[in-house]
Design a protein around this ligand. Sequence first.
Ligand SMILES: Cc1ncc(COP(=O)(O)O)c(C=O)c1O
Length: 493
Amino acid sequence: MVLLKTMSAKSKYTHHQHSGIAMPNNSNNRKVLLGEDELPKEWYNILPDLPAPLPPPINPATREPVKPQELERVFAKELIRQEMSQERWIPIPEEVREVYRLWRPTPLYRARRLEQYLKTPARIYYKFEGVSPPGSHKPNTSVAQAYYNMKEGIERLTTETGAGQWGSALAFATMLFGLKCTVYMVRASYNQKPYRAALMRSWGAEIYPSPSNKTNFGRSLYEKDPNHPGSLGIAISEALEDAVTHDNTRYSLGSVLNHVLMHQTVQGLEAKRQMEMIDEYPDIVAGCVGGGSSFSGLFWPFYYDVYVSKKAPKMTKFVATEPAACPTMTKGIYTYDFGDTAKMTPLLPMYTLGSDFVPAPIHAGGLRYHGDAPTLCLLLKKGYIEPHAYNQIEVFEAASIFARTEGIVPAPEPSHTIKYVIDEALRCKRTGEEKVILFNLCGHGYFDLQAYLDYFEGRLQPFEYPEEEIRKSLERLKSELPWIDQLPYLKNL
Ligand SMILES: Cc1ncc(COP(=O)(O)O)c(C=O)c1O
């Protein structure tokens, strides 16, 4: 390894002026590390750089775009400002960078052992976000959100969690800034992952399996079926109801919204520097999509190079992966839909399976949301993103290959991307192409070992979601809100 600051003038890397630790791409080194002083100072906001204006969220009562003031009972004011900001670069407060330093910058690994196992000429890199204390990329935004709420005098945050990753991340962040935290956890995940709840409690949060008997909406479902498996849409409704019915309480969302995705860009900004240090540039940037935050956090800064500054040396391809059991990008319909099941949120422009979608209990809990981020959906609609869907058996097969070569046991969510990466690397083997593939290993799988047991013991089902159900759900929405089709915002996309 070479410390760049002190490198000799002969080195091919001297012009980059990094203080991190680098490896030439033909060395045997496994990772590229940045120093703490190279932690990004600004987040990248894609809003001014989208190929078309982002269709606005709609208030279903007025049928008009939502006004910032209407969101103030739900979110911290600074987060609403960021949500709508057209500034390309937004400064990261020093207090947030200080917390990021607990685990950031995260390492960029070269997956050499996986490459050797596959005998591929492709060069595979992964940005590992599993080194954060909660074990995923989610604290990149929870820390920022808890900070701004604390600054505005808020005392408690409520949220939902699917796999438990987001709930853990918010519990961690609220603890650091002295706020209380209430988490509604999808019951199917709560039962599958009791240790996630234990982790959140260790950081002082209170957790309820959702549907719960704590909110009016939760009770309406819980009383009919105390074993209701729940869904992210239902848990969001409960967390929102709790926030708006209690003083000094706000709601916090772990994905989908613009400000959340923007906070995640620390990943892509770091990855760009790390690849630059080894004179590499990705042909493909890939990630998994639940709501789209981890993938967007990685690919937006590369999108900026390719389509905005036009300084990218390649036409990088952006590949998004998802479960066949929750195929929003590959089978969903692009329309306005609610973000939650109780229809409390504004209508969002997105690819959706219908807000009353209740997913099969697949193990990739974080990928079971019925919609996706409006920014991601616009880019997908405009052809900037290539989506792929996989069933959970093929996903765990890929995850096991990764664990047995690279050593890290991946979370089920990024294992969808690992499946894509392995297929692509094998394709490169057939064609002889030396593609550079970068993907986001956005979480470790050490709280998902029950899922691995179910896979090893043959208990996983290869669920696929029937298209018929999507059509029926959206017909229900359109019979309730027939004016949705008259809204002008999606017309010319
Ligand atoms: C490890 C991990 N990856 C991915 C996701 C999906 O969310 P997003 O698409 O917002 O990154 C989750 C969500 O909980 C997650 O826990």
